[in-house]
Design a protein around this ligand. Structure first.
Ligand code: 16G
Length: 247
């Protein structure tokens, strides 16, 4: 199929001579080069837009898209993840303080309702581009003086200095739409898709963080390593099948 030739040519071009933000050859040039119709060229471009390799900018044309950051699902901090990818992490603190734990936060952090918890609301950047809006809650009683010197630039580094860096956790990931405030902060349109990630992180058997974040899904790919568990992993609140059938 002709369109595959055009697609593969553009894909190779985007991965070699061109870099993010460069325009791709015009439709007319591609039609001439491959002896195909505009419709065929558009079909090839569409496929690469869907794959996130090219992006169309209204009124300006088609460009090589910035590479997607693959968000690896593992217990790393935002700062570590971005550094590992050769990007510079930065943060804008939108709010920070001690609040009383609401019932859902109290349950997640294994504290009593009304106990002091640290609440952080942060906009996270990679190479100065907004990537995620995060709310985090941490048990204040376990972290005396946490906010005394201002909000640490990396929460997990601060936890590390206290010997409390989380060593395991649970993430849940949902597809969602950016609400008005998130869209503004992330510089995407309202209603654009985001990945909603909640995390409960533990140090040993004690919960140290509950977090809820909206990640731009145009800039993130989730990368999930999978392997066959042995023994089977059972979701929380469920019990493995009883082999004796005696339950
Ligand atoms: C990640 C965590 C977030 C944690 C932050 C600490 C996810 C989905 N979220 O963004 O819960 O608060 O790292 O990063 O992975 P920091 O040490 O750079 O502040």
């Amino acid at each position: 199929m002709k369109y595959l030739q055009v697609r593969d040519y553009l894909r190779a071009l985007a991965g070699s001579e061109l870099t993010a933000g460069d325009p791709v050859p015009s439709e007319r040039a591609l039609c001439e080069r491959f002896g195909v119709s505009r419709m065929t060229v558009r079909q090839a471009v569409d496929a690469l837009v869907v794959d996130g390799i090219l992006e169309r900018v209204q009124g300006r044309g088609t460009f090589v898209a910035p590479p997607k950051v693959d968000l690896q699902v593992r217990l790393a901090s935002f700062t570590e993840e971005m550094t590992r990818r050769g990007m510079t992490a930065s943060v804008k603190v939108l709010g920070a303080g001690i609040v009383e734990a609401e019932p859902d936060i109290a349950e997640a952090l294994q504290v009593a309702v009304g106990d002091d918890v640290i609440h952080l609301h942060r906009l996270r950047f990679a190479d100065d581009e907004p990537m995620a809006v995060e709310h985090s809650w941490l048990p204040a009683l376990r972290l005396p003086g946490f906010l005394d010197g201002g909000v640490p630039s990396s929460v997990y580094v601060d936890l590390g200095t206290r010997g409390l860096v989380p060593d395991w956790g649970e993430d849940t990931i949902d597809a969602g739409e950016a609400d008005h405030d998130e869209a503004e902060l992330l510089t995407i349109g309202p209603g654009k898709p985001v990945l909603r990630i909640t995390r409960r992180a533990f140090t040993g058997d004690q919960a140290i963080e509950y977090a809820s974040a909206a990640y731009r899904s145009d800039r993130y790919t989730l990368w999930v390593p999978v392997s066959r568990p042995n023994p089977p992993v059972v979701p929380r609140n469920q019990h493995p099948p009883d082999p004796q059938g005696t339950a």
